[in-house]
Design a protein around this ligand. Structure first.
Ligand SMILES: *[C@@H]1O[C@H](CO)[C@@H](O)[C@H](O)[C@H]1NC(C)=O
Ligand SMILES: *[C@@H]1O[C@H](CO)[C@@H](O)[C@H](O)[C@H]1NC(C)=O
Ligand SMILES: *[C@@H]1O[C@H](CO)[C@@H](O)[C@H](O)[C@H]1NC(C)=O
Ligand SMILES: *[C@@H]1O[C@H](CO)[C@@H](O)[C@H](O)[C@H]1NC(C)=O
Length: 358
């Protein structure tokens, strides 16, 4: 008897009032359970059916959508499984290689990877194929992130980590690896391992990203730019509290730890932080090892004395024409400083950042 009612109910799609009057509440419940747990042919695996006023109401399950023939078919994967990390999802049939080329300035190799992703979108692989964000350049140009701030990046070969991305300066896409804003965090007394793994008091505050991370970020691409900015001069001989200086080099990278994080950069540069025509204060450190007080690799021990409180820099017998990791407040001698060739700047704020060139 219950199954007959169920049958009629299904066929007509409405409750048989005459029968309903005789049904106990218990029976109705049984019926409902039966219909829900044993969906008929109209309710296929992609459908979620419930009974509302004795009408079977079917909706498509998550990930499925109703087509013109009232069948539940897999939904547009771009909607149901959007690409991770801001990967672009596009199911149109235009040439995907051309599409990416028009959107981004990508190399040939990158295009192949993106093209694979776009083709696979039409089947099922969108998520796993989408590109990881390997640096702030990716976040800006692929992830569509336009606000400066903290982002997680996944460079090849190491665990993902958080960085501060500058999305405004000089076209944006910069990964910040050094910043001084005040004396809240000391840099001059940090040791080899501190500089290796990095330290900060908030990625938006004073920070050293870590030589290991800087090494990976500066060697994963064939040409990486280095940009240095600093503000204010606290040097009483050349006081200029509102001064601002910057410079930019190409071909920047740090060797690995086995090679003491040796600094490499183009000796030519753009910017106004130097009146030396050929070299800037940093170019003088080109090809030098990184040294800290406990790991001196070619630097002079006196560079770490109370007079030259440098630490964490690429220096030799002459301690260097610059050290942006020196002591912040110095009574006499040197700490954080930069020589332009004409004057010595003791900046109030400093920033070093890198960005791959295409
Ligand atoms: C089926 O629909 C009900 C009511 O709308 C909902 O609560 C339930 O989550 C859905 N189940 C599935 C598997 O979509
Ligand atoms: C997909 O690509 C076509 C052709 O370039 C474009 O017109 C369309 O807006 C794109 N759709 C999405 C969702 O990006
Ligand atoms: C350096 O250049 C920036 C802008 O490019 C400018 O704002 C700044 O005043 C310049 N500094 C000096 C010392 O010329
Ligand atoms: C780098 O350090 C190593 C080991 O201390 C040393 O042998 C080498 O000469 C140094 N290189 C320079 C350019 O000072």
């Amino acid at each position: 008897m219950p199954s007959l009612i169920a049958y009629l109910c299904l066929i007509q799609g409405l409750f048989l009032i005459a029968v309903s009057a005789q049904l106990t509440t218990q029976l109705t419940t049984q019926l409902t359970t039966q219909l829900t747990t044993q969906p008929t042919a109209t309710c296929n695996a992609n459908t979620n059916c419930t009974i509302v006023n004795c009408q079977i109401v079917c909706t498509c399950k998550q990930g499925f959508t109703q087509n013109a023939q009232n069948q539940c078919v897999p939904a547009d994967l771009c909607t149901s499984q959007p690409c991770k990390n801001g990967g672009t999802c596009n199911r149109s049939t235009i040439d995907p290689v051309k599409y990416r080329a028009s959107l981004l300035s990508l190399t040939k190799e990158q295009l192949v990877e993106e093209a694979i992703c776009i083709n696979l979108l039409i089947t099922t692989q969108c998520q796993s194929q989408s590109k990881p964000m390997t640096d702030c350049y990716d976040w800006l140009h692929i992830g569509g992130a336009t606000k400066s701030g903290i982002y997680e990046i996944s460079p090849p070969g190491i665990k993902p980590f958080k960085v501060f991305c500058d999305m405004e300066t000089d076209g944006g896409g910069w990964t910040v690896f050094q910043r001084r804003i005040n004396d809240d965090l000391s840099f001059h007394d940090k040791l080899w391992n501190d500089y290796k793994v990095g330290f900060n008091n908030g990625l938006e505050n004073n920070l050293w990203l870590g030589n290991e991370n800087i090494h990976v970020l500066s060697t994963k691409d064939s040409n990486v730019e280095l940009r240095i900015d600093f503000w204010g001069n606290r040097n009483p001989n050349f006081l200029n509290p509102n001064g601002y200086w910057w410079e930019k080099h190409t071909n920047f990278y740090l060797d690995d730890e086995a090679h003491f994080y040796t600094l490499h950069l183009s000796s030519s540069f753009t910017g106004n932080s130097s009146t030396w025509s050929v070299k800037s204060a940093l170019s003088h450190s080109n090809g030098l090892n990184f040294s800290t007080a406990d790991a001196i690799h070619g630097s002079h021990p006196s560079c770490f004395s109370p007079y030259f409180q440098f630490s964490g820099w690429w220096s030799k017998t002459v301690c260097g024409q610059a050290s942006l990791n020196g002591k912040y407040n110095v009574e006499s001698g040197f700490g954080v400083h930069w020589s332009t060739g004409d004057i010595i700047i003791i900046p109030t704020r400093t920033r070093m950042m890198l960005r791959r060139l295409a």
